[in-house]
Design a protein around this ligand. Structure first.
Ligand code: ADP
Ligand code: MG
Length: 240
């Protein structure tokens, strides 16, 4: 579903991603863990071209998304992204936030956009909060609105960049529950997260990144239970 071949990103003389190869299968939930500054966010951002790769290739469903003919609007609907900061519009209700791109980008009718928005707000457990403004929602609920907004556009892959890092601990579970349900429905997901217990439990594969390279990867029980590389061991033990 998503493939990176020799993905390289430099800012000036600083090499952030160093020829990263990665294949994510349809329906797979891949976690990326690693120290701060290792290039995790940059990798995700290259996948929908919020950052332009310096070198290398990215394919989505076999299509080269770095080709000059790529429609970036379409790409960003195909590759949804959920950020740490949910970025909802404060002057719009939950439903209006979800409807916005359906109306403006996908040119849906108001009735159709509304029906889709309600469907996805229901999926994230917020049907009753559809007409609430963000200020009347908890951080966890706001993040679930942001997830509904991404899902409403019909993505093939969803990238999550530390989706629970800004939340109070008691609000994390609701967001993880939505992600777990998405996995059961067969969504392809790449998740950067520090929720190691969740990764251990829900990931199909865990990738440890450091200094712009994939140091080690494997099933969660292997990477967490029997890490092969000293860097991985050092990182995991620093968390406890
Ligand atoms: P992570 O998400 O793993 O913490 P990032 O991908 O955010 O790492 O960042 C990796 C490195 O790239 C960091 O050293 C960061 O300072 C640098 N970096 C990220 N974006 C830019 C940018 N736009 N310009 C210059 N350096 C950047
Ligand atoms: Mg990051």
């Amino acid at each position: 579903m998503l493939e990176l071949g020799g993905l390289t990103k430099s800012f000036g003389q600083t090499h952030i991603l160093k020829a990263v190869d990665l294949k994510v299968m349809r329906g797979e939930m891949v976690f990326i863990i690693g120290p701060s500054g290792s290039g995790k966010s940059t990798l995700l951002r290259c996948c929908n071209r919020l950052e332009e790769p310096t070198d290398g290739k990215i394919w989505v469903g076999g299509v080269d998304i770095c080709a000059p003919s790529t429609n970036l609007n379409k790409l960003r609907q195909d590759i949804g992204m959920v950020f740490q900061s949910f970025n909802l519009y404060a002057h719009m209700t939950a439903k209006q936030n979800v409807m916005l791109a359906l109306r403006k980008v996908q040119k849906k009718s108001k009735a159709e956009a509304e029906a889709i928005a309600l469907k996805f707000l229901t999926q994230v457990g917020l049907a009753e909060r559809a007409d609430f403004y963000p200020s009347a929602l908890s951080g966890g609920q706001q993040q679930r609105v942001a997830i509904a907004r991404t899902l409403a556009l019909g993505p093939k892959v969803v990238l999550f960049d530390e989706p629970t890092s800004a939340l109070d601990p008691e609000l994390v579970g609701g967001v993880l529950q939505v992600m777990r349900q998405l996995r059961e429905e067969g969504m392809t997901m790449v998740v950067v997260s520090h929720e190691m217990r969740f990764a251990r439990d829900a990931a199909d594969r865990v990738i440890f990144m450091a200094d712009g390279v994939i140091v080690e990867q494997g099933p969660p029980e292997q990477v967490f239970g029997a890490p092969q590389h000293p860097r991985t061991r050092e990182f995991l033990s620093s968390l406890n």
